[in-house]
Design a protein around this ligand. Structure first.
Ligand code: SAH
Ligand code: SF4
Ligand code: F3S
Length: 473
């Protein structure tokens, strides 16, 4: 009988993309996706460890899965991803019934590991760094089972060479390695041929994309090569691929953002008018303690420049409150910068110590959790206010959306996404397939979404896979 699998993703887009690769490898092997986890023979938990609650989620989920595992002799549990990379043997010490524990550099090994543990003995396999082998190095070189038919994630870089003192990513994702330029463009061209119209370029620090490639060229004797990032060139080249209509990317680092990249965004019509621009803190003292490499003023200057160069730019961010040593004055600086930046939306986090990171050592400066919680609430008020204001500015405009499906709360409405990455719930009495482009008149705005109604249907999706038809009544 065909074996069925289910994958749960706990982390960021990179983690979700790895999940797609694991699913793709399983399907390549003849396995099928289970309609529901209860029907699965294999459950993969693709973990994250960015904050402490991510750890709690994994071990909590494993507690729930123990009876599931014990109820069938062939059932297997795989723990993959960043928390597996961090905890290594500890995962199976805490949950001995787990069959496979595999790290972030072992995605390509998923099927082999599953087979090796079919007899019942568990395996922990964690490579410390990317293996120099085309398949192992870039998850994008592996088979894939994409979650969305019209959009694809494309890895342009793995790992991170920065040293943000709060962050565990460099230790679980390894050194920064850029994927060859031509491979990326070839993958995007291939995706376009399959009918994908929107791509999201993925890396932890996309602005530095290609610096290592030029260094390597010089090392090999090509002394004319200038050592420089090539992200602006990449945006232009990916934007030039026929069939691609929207190019997105995440995440750029403010310290490495160049005017060149902003111009490439503005001059490449397919690059969406959205910049995720992580602020983290508005206090220069805290930014220095975080090793971020910019000041609040510098951040705001660059942001103003971005808005000058790119018409109608939406800006989102990440902010951490309660970093060790953050005083009331530091926090006030964050509030001020956040208010001035007028973000469209923000991910707000309370600092969470991660073992092995520099900030986790600053224990005597840890902020009282009650104070951090209160700062979180105060920051949220500022962020909510600017988000609603930004969204209200869009009322009365007609925006292009890609249809994502039926609105989950109100089945009579459809949901789409604008170029600025805003969710729009809209009324339509036409049936629109997922991936269709449409023009929607915006009539209302809230904190997390816009609402409106269909004005005109644009291009139908071109992808060749079978799709659900959205009927609206
Ligand atoms: N490479 C990306 C960030 C990936 S992590 C970048 O530099 O933008 C996503 C976000 O999680 C970070 O931007 C940060 O705001 C948050 N984060 C990371 N480590 C954290 C920690 N220890 N505690 C709280 N938030 C954290
Ligand atoms: Fe973490 Fe900083 Fe690298 Fe982002 S740039 S992944 S926050 S170390
Ligand atoms: Fe992503 Fe979490 Fe790993 S945010 S890179 S899955 S630690």
């Amino acid at each position: 009988m065909t074996r069925k699998y289910a994958v749960r993703t706990f982390g960021c887009q990179m983690n979700a993309h790895d999940s797609e690769r694991i699913a793709g490898l399983f399907e390549h092997e003849g396995m099928e996706r289970a309609a529901h986890e209860d029907e699965a023979d294999v459950i993969v938990l693709n973990t994250c460890c960015i904050r402490e609650n991510a750890d709690d989620k994994l071990y909590g989920t494993l507690g729930w899965l123990k009876p599931w595992k014990e109820a069938g002799i062939d059932r297997q549990i795989v723990v993959a991803g960043c928390l597996a990379q961090k905890d290594k043997e500890r995962v199976r010490e805490r949950a001995p019934f787990v069959d496979v524990v595999m790290g972030t550099h072992n995605v390509h090994r998923a099927v082999d590991l599953l087979k090796a543990t079919a007899g019942g003995a568990g395996i922990t396999e964690i490579f410390d760094e990317a293996v120099i082998d085309d398949h192992a190095l870039f998850p994008s070189a592996l088979p894939v089972r994409r979650e969305k038919s019209y959009n694809a994630w494309v890895t342009i870089q793995i790992g991170c060479d920065n040293t943000c003192t709060y962050c565990i990513v460099p230790s679980v994702r390894g050194a920064e390695i850029s994927r060859p330029f031509a491979d990326i463009v070839a993958e995007v061209t291939d995706l376009a041929a399959q009918g994908v119209t929107e791509v999201t370029l993925l890396g932890q620090n996309v602005n530095s994309y290609g610096r290592d490639l030029s260094l390597e060229q010089r090392r090999l004797g090509d002394h004319d090569v200038r050592v420089r990032p090539q992200f602006a060139d990449l945006l232009r080249s990916v934007g030039a691929v026929e069939g691609i209509r929207r190019v997105r990317f995440t995440s750029p680092h403010p310290k490495d953002m160049t005017t060149d990249v902003l111009h490439a965004m503005a001059e490449t019509p397919d690059v969406c008018e959205h910049l995720h621009y992580p602020l983290q803190s508005g206090s220069d003292r805290v930014l220095a303690l975080m090793h971020r490499g910019y000041t609040g003023a510098r951040y705001l200057e660059r942001l103003a420049e971005a808005r000058r160069i790119i018409h109608d730019l939406a800006v989102t961010t990440d902010i951490i409150v309660g970093f060790p040593g953050e005083t009331e004055a530091d926090f006030t600086a964050s509030l001020e910068v956040a208010a001035e930046a007028k973000f469209d939306s923000a991910y707000l986090f309370i600092y969470s110590p991660r073992e092995g990171t520099a900030a986790a050592e600053m224990t005597e400066h840890f902020v009282d959790p009650a104070v951090a919680g209160e700062r979180f609430d105060r920051m949220k008020v500022v962020l909510d206010r600017t988000a609603v204001l930004k969204h209200r500015e869009r009322i009365g405009r007609t925006e292009e959306v890609i249809v994502e499906g039926r609105n989950k709360r109100d089945e009579t409405m459809l949901t789409g996404r604008t170029r600025q990455n805003k969710l729009v719930h809209f009324a339509s009495n036409e049936m629109l397939r997922v991936g269709t482009y449409a023009q929607v008149l915006i009539t209302d705005a809230a904190r997390f979404h816009l609402s409106g109604h269909l004005v005109e249907v644009g291009d139908a999706p071109q992808h060749k896979v079978r799709l659900s038809v959205q009927a609206v009544g």
